[in-house]
Write a new protein. Sequence first.
Length: 71
Amino acid sequence: MNGPIDPLNCKRCISVEVRNNDVEQALRVLKRKLKKDNFFRELQNKEYYIKPSVERKLKKRRKKTVAGGSL
């Protein structure tokens, strides 16, 4: 499956068209689309490995703080 990527069947395909040689505008649009797709957050989460047990503890702690409880 090392063939070309089909943009219609791709799970996460983001494309930007450069018009009138305005690359800066295209980059702004690309960044906006990536931010909307939570690309940067996902990249940050995959920066290093977190054990599943630690992940559960963090999730539980976040729920407590959101619910109004104390740490």
